[in-house]
Design a protein around this ligand. Structure first.
Ligand code: ATP
Length: 208
């Protein structure tokens, strides 16, 4: 079996997430994609951010009825910060060596991967597969190359997938809601309804 894990703040989940996750899954022939909303970093100012229960509900609404996608509350409920290294180790243990694991990220996240907690350990458990993202060009990844073995760094560079370039961000969605603008077509309809019903993102917009 091939399982792709997709972590993020999903504040809220939007069509960029869904389109790139499906495209990456097709590229690596994943049988399942598991979406993992993360706990929000406690040190970040969290005005205007949605509670984990809302973000989880929106992820579940967005993927309802799609057999490729599943939701996991692993990162929301784990003790302490949700480090990807711990998450992939958990799923590796759960699924065993027979299952090939992938971790989906966007190009913006790949450019920061060298700052993550134990990148080499992440890559010991899974292949990190990157979706292209408008505004973020994947260059030589020199900093990442400096902390990984040559073969691991080469694999990460080779695992950049030319997914559709979707210029949607959760920041854009939150800003539009706060400004009273439509978010139609940026997020699934039931996510749009959820945001309206719960009055999410109507005030206080964080910069990012
Ligand atoms: P924010 O605007 O709040 O920073 P975001 O839109 O980047 O949020 P996240 O939930 O932080 O969304 O992203 C989760 C993962 O999805 C990250 O790896 C990010 O790079 C990737 N991602 C999000 N949107 C896109 C997109 N439009 N294209 C490619 N990758 C994306």
């Amino acid at each position: 079996m091939r399982v792709a894990l997709f972590g993020g703040s999903f504040d809220p989940i939007h069509h960029g997430h869904l389109i790139i996750a499906r495209a990456v899954a097709e590229h690596v022939h994943a049988d399942r994609v598991i979406l993992l909303p993360s706990r929000l970093p406690p040190h970040k100012p969290n005005v205007g951010l949605a509670d984990g229960s809302h973000r989880a509900a929106m992820v579940q609404a967005a993927i309802a009825g799609d057999p490729l996608f599943e939701f996991s509350d692993h990162d929301l409920t784990c003790d302490g910060p949700s480090y990807t290294a711990h998450t992939v180790a958990h799923f590796h243990e759960q699924f065993g060596d027979e299952t090939e694991l992938f971790w989906i990220i966007g190009a913006d996240a790949l450019l920061e991967l060298h700052t993550w907690y134990k990148p080499a350990e992440i890559l010991a458990h899974c292949r990190v597969v990157t979706a292209v993202r408008p505004g973020y060009e994947v260059g030589a990844l020199t900093e990442l190359g400096a902390i990984l073995s040559a073969d691991k760094a080469e694999r990460v560079r080779g695992d950049v997938v030319q997914t559709p370039r979707i210029d949607i961000s959760a920041t854009m969605v939150r800003k539009r809601v706060a400004a009273g603008q439509s978010i139609r077509y940026l997020v699934p309809e039931n996510v749009e309804r959820y945001i309206a019903a719960h009055g999410l993102y109507t005030s206080h917009v964080r910069a990012n």
